[in-house]
Design a protein. Structure first.
Lengths: 334, 292, 276
């Protein structure tokens, strides 16, 4: 069980308040992702939950118990660190067994669980190596192995994939998602990569400067971002923002349209502009359109076969039901 | 997470080291300062128990105006400067050489470093007798082989001899540090310079040397601290004769050989001030490194 | 990426480097060779390199004549004792500075370093006087204390830089894995700190073994270590090159071997962590 509730939690380092009062509930079995630009307080928030930092005020409950004053070792949580934090002087087997040894499990049980975790993570052949002899992806697996053997109430991941190359990152992303499907344990995952957040999360928590900007499922955030920040942060390529007269016709201070919600055509459409760079991904093509009179650049997604060239004048039609409207404060107009 | 509890525990853990060093620094320093203002000649009956005469800055002026003072400063500067030039120049060259691909790199490295582990009295005596002896030394044989008259090294070329011995001892230190620094140079930087059309000499001047500048500064500062107080090498070779009496050696003679404690202590205070001038620069560099 | 080097260039490098290396090592090599000659062969004209009657005679003469074993034993006690004592005092200090740093930690470290830069000759007489008063002159315990004090800053510094390198995340991982403070120190910190402590001890053994200001000035017949033993050869009597060589070889051999193990640590230790 791992329901985690934060109530009016704050954190200050000296005079600097990095987390203003914050309330958040993560349900048992949920995969929650904290996402935001660097310095937004997401890692600090995770470390508060882990108990590696003391809260300045407020309360953290784990499974209905007040855990605010409980030391990290006793919270029943497992953590995977960005640097993996493997013990360099221990073999992979000893690394994975370490939490079990600390919990004073008997040797047979320790071995059984280590073997089991190693089998799940494809580490069986590497059990007697030292971390220094492993590749980045293997080290990552050992760190995960060390987390799963103790069957924690919740897993905490602190940007675990940021030290891996792109291909490995996609693979490990899938493995962690599968692990969650199988274990059904609460997971809290910190990342600055909105793609990781969108693909893995049940619930995304978007943070900026210690404030929660929005909490919701990936699709909720995608469909109805609560403000300009979330709208711009979630989705790739970024949403196009248009201010001024065009926004005024929609009764808003600013409007936003995602590249995938704009249709392009040689001759028809209310908007027009000149094609600058086009990025061909095969399945899709992204056109960066200039001289639209709306914004400096409008990005549109078209089918991979559409063949406009640099300098062509094209026309664009935004999908009427996919225009996001924002007021002067940047908040969504329903 | 530093709690109040762990802070006071930390203070307790630091206390022995801090107290010992504080005592080691303050007690003798205070005594030296005290003696430097006193007339203190133990061999002529002066004693702490009998009370010492206050002589003001007499010792300080007498130390500076004595006929051996300026020669000793000169000897110190020549030895320290000579050794620094030799070790840094040869150290850079050796470091670059050792950084090249070759067979048996590890063994060569060991051969080059070895002199550093030789105790100063041994290197002083080995050089003095087996190399610089005017009759049986290897240099004498070498000179005779080329038809030259053997040199009385330690009297005719005393400064050069001392510089040679001390440089031999400190060259490994300079080489090792500069080698470590060279190895930390990103080889892509050199390749980029090569692509930019820089010939080897320009690569050395514009890339390698600036990269080494910090290490060279550290070598110079640390060696200066140690070289200012070289003692054993002079003690076993010339015993301060033939113009090799450094400031350190002069003070040693004043204090222990002629037992003029007041005068020697004044000299000691000069030496401390001199060392501290160098030390301030070194500490700046080390201190900056602490923040990084 | 390192590029392929032609074997011709590599050969040239090798020849030059070995030549230079052997030239620098030559005085040591020559000392070792001479130690196996008879006194007459040692001053033979022309000098003999390898073709002489190898003999161990000098080693036995040196040992019998000058009570070599007592000097050696003094060196071992003084270098070993001061290093161990220094380490015992330095480990907790460096530990707390690395793991519970405060605003003053940096100042304390730099101040410790500054005591190392105090020129020995400046405090020679006070120490000499204190040693007489306390009955420490020409005793091993006296030298153990002095050498411990002069090397303490280096020991603290080296340990500090090693402890600093233990990443905080690993300690946090141990905490998350359920380790209490005792387990954390026992199973994670200590094993990771041992290599650093070992290198520190090694380097300080070398420094203490070779220290030749205080050992020459504060000892006489009783507590003199090998530095003083060798210095007694500075006033020669008759033929003595071979015996000097034998004595020198014995004095430097143990430390040469230790030194080869500690090359890497040497840089860090002697630059106070400024170069790694």
């Amino acid at each position: 069980m791992g329901r985690i509730v934060l109530e009016k939690v704050t954190k200050s380092f000296g005079d600097v308040e990095v987390i203003p009062p914050l309330d958040l509930t993560i349900e048992d079995g949920e995969f929650a992702v904290f996402v935001g630009p660097s310095g937004c307080g997401k890692s600090t928030l995770l470390r508060l939950i882990a108990g590696l930092e003391d809260v300045t005020s407020g309360e953290i409950d784990i499974d209905g118990q007040d855990a605010t004053e409980v030391p990290p070792a006793k919270r029943g949580l497992a953590m995977v660190f960005q640097s993996y934090a493997l013990y360099p002087h221990m073999s992979v087997r000893k690394n994975i067994a370490f939490p079990l040894r600390m919990a004073k499990l008997d040797q047979a049980e320790q071995n059984r669980r280590v073997e089991q975790a190693a089998a799940v993570l494809n580490l069986t052949d590497y059990l007697d190596r030292r971390p220094g002899q492993l590749s980045g992806g293997q080290r990552q697996r050992v760190a995960i192995g060390r987390a799963i053997v103790r069957e924690p109430a919740a897993f905490l991941f602190d940007e675990p994939l940021s030290n891996l190359d792109a291909a490995l990152r996609v693979g490990m992303r899938l493995e962690i998602s599968e692990l969650h499907e199988r274990l059904k344990t609460t997971m809290i995952y910190v990342t600055h990569d909105q793609v990781e957040a969108m693909t893995m999360a049940d619930k995304i928590v978007v943070l900026r400067a210690g404030n929660i900007e929005q909490v919701g499922s990936p699709l909720e955030l995608y469909r109805s971002p609560r403000n300009l920040f979330v709208a711009g942060f979630i989705g790739s390529p970024k949403m196009n923002f248009i201010e001024g007269g065009e926004a005024g016709t929609h009764g808003a201070h600013a409007i936003g349209v995602r590249p995938e919600h704009i249709a392009v055509s040689e001759s028809d459409g209310p908007w027009s502009g000149v094609v600058g760079v086009s990025e061909h991904l095969g399945s899709d093509t992204f056109f960066h359109v200039h001289e639209t009179g709306l914004a400096e650049t409008i990005t549109v997604r078209a089918d991979g076969e559409v063949g406009f060239r640099h300098g062509d004048r094209i026309h664009m039609t935004p999908r009427a039901d996919a225009i996001h409207k924002f007021d002067a404060d940047g908040l969504r107009i329903a | 997470m530093a709690t109040q509890h762990s802070r006071s525990a930390a203070r307790m853990m630091m206390a022995p080291a801090v107290i010992l060093l504080l005592g080691w620094m303050l007690v003798p320093l205070t005594m030296t300062l005290y003696f430097s203002f006193k007339k203190y000649l133990p061999l002529r009956g002066d004693s702490l128990a009998g009370g010492l005469d206050w002589v003001g800055f007499d010792n300080y002026t007498r130390f500076v105006t004595s006929s051996s003072f300026w020669p000793s400063v000169q000897a110190t500067l020549i030895i320290v400067g000579g050794v620094l030039v030799v070790t840094v120049v040869l150290g850079v060259l050796l470091a670059i050489l050792l950084d090249q691909p070759m067979w048996g790199q590890g063994v060569v490295r060991i051969l080059v470093i070895a002199p550093f582990f030789v105790m100063p009295t041994v290197s002083g005596l080995v050089w003095k007798n087996m190399f610089m002896d005017p009759v049986n030394g290897l240099f004498a044989h070498l000179w005779k082989f080329f038809g030259a008259a053997p040199l009385e090294w330690l009297s005719q070329a005393s400064m050069q001899s001392i510089i040679l011995i001390v440089s031999w001892q400190w060259l490994p230190f300079a080489t090792l540090i500069l080698l470590t620094a060279i190895q930390s140079l990103d080889s892509e930087q050199l390749e980029a310079a090569e692509m930019d059309g820089a010939p080897p000499l320009a690569r050395f001047g514009f890339i390698i040397l600036p990269h080494l500048s910090r290490a060279i500064t550290i070598v110079i500062l640390i060696q200066t601290i140690f070289l200012l107080s070289i003692f054993a090498e002079i003690f076993v070779t010339t015993a301060g004769a033939f113009g090799t009496k450094t400031l350190t050696y002069l003070i040693f003679q004043r204090v222990l050989e002629s037992q003029n404690v007041g005068l020697g202590s004044a000299g000691g205070v000069y030496a401390i001030i001199l060392a501290n001038i160098v030390a301030i620069f070194l500490m700046r560099i080390v201190g900056k490194n602490l923040d990084a | 990426m390192a590029r392929a080097v032609t074997s011709q260039r590599k050969t040239i490098n090798t020849v030059i480097a070995w030549g230079v290396g052997l030239l620098i090592f030559f005085p040591i090599l020559w000392t070792i060779l001479t130690s196996f000659k008879t006194e007459a062969q040692a001053i033979n004209d022309p000098p003999l390199f390898l073709f002489f009657d190898w003999t161990l005679e000098n080693y036995s003469v040196v040992q019998e004549r000058s009570d070599y074993m007592r000097f050696l034993w003094n060196s071992v006690i003084i270098a070993g004792g001061s290093t161990i004592l220094g380490t015992i005092i330095a480990v907790p200090a460096a530990w707390s500075m690395a793991f519970v740093p405060s605003k003053r930690t940096k100042d304390i470290l730099l101040w410790m370093l500054s005591t190392k830069m105090l020129p020995a000759v400046g405090v020679l007489y006070p120490i000499y006087l204190l040693f007489i008063q306390l009955g420490l002159l020409d005793t091993r315990i006296g030298l153990v204390i002095v050498l411990m004090l002069i090397n303490l800053p280096i020991i603290v510094w080296m340990l500090y830089t090693y402890f600093k390198e233990i990443p905080g995340e690993i300690l946090e991982a141990a905490r998350m894995d359920g380790a209490g403070l005792r387990d954390e120190i026992l199973y994670v910190l200590t094993p990771m700190a041992v290599p650093g402590i070992a290198s520190t001890i090694l380097l300080n053994l070398i420094l203490a073994w070779n220290e030749a200001f205080w050992t020459l000035n504060l000892t006489a017949a009783n507590a003199g270590p090998l530095t003083a033993f060798i210095a007694s050869y500075s006033s020669p009597e008759g033929l003595f090159f071979a015996k000097l060589s034998a004595a020198s070889t014995m004095a430097i051999a143990p430390i040469l071997i230790l030194g080869w193990f500690s090359q890497k640590q040497l840089v860090r230790g002697l630059t106070f962590g400024a170069v790694k």
